[in-house]
Design a protein around this ligand. Structure first.
Ligand code: FES
Length: 101
């Protein structure tokens, strides 16, 4: 697993879009912890990179669905789930495993 970004590139509540094997992945810093999520809302496909990160949730900019950064489940519509990926930190290096959590 090789590094896809640097921790120093993503400040608290910051985001960065990366591409892994042709798939867009959004890295999110929430309270100093890095999460990796699909960059496409499971509701109607809006890009998540313009989302708002707050209180452990990432909110889609289009209709405001909030997805848990722990399990990807939508707070308003639990049947809607955002895909999350395994993140590994090694010093300043961020690595992402594309298998879903
Ligand atoms: S497209 Fe994301 S909430 Fe509708």
């Amino acid at each position: 697993m090789s590094a896809v970004a640097k921790l120093s590139e993503i400040p608290n509540f910051g985001k960065k879009v990366i591409s892994i094997s042709g798939k867009e992945v959004l890295l999110v810093n929430s309270g100093g912890k890095i999460y990796a999520v699909e960059n496409e809302c499971p509701h109607q496909g809006s890009p998540m990179n313009a989302s708002i990160v707050k209180d452990g949730y990432i909110a889609c900019p289009r209709h405001g669905y909030r997805f848990s950064l722990v399990d990807g489940r939508c707070a308003e519509h639990p049947e809607s789930v955002l895909e999350l990926f395994q993140v590994t930190l090694s010093g300043d290096d961020i690595s992402v495993e594309l298998n879903s959590l």
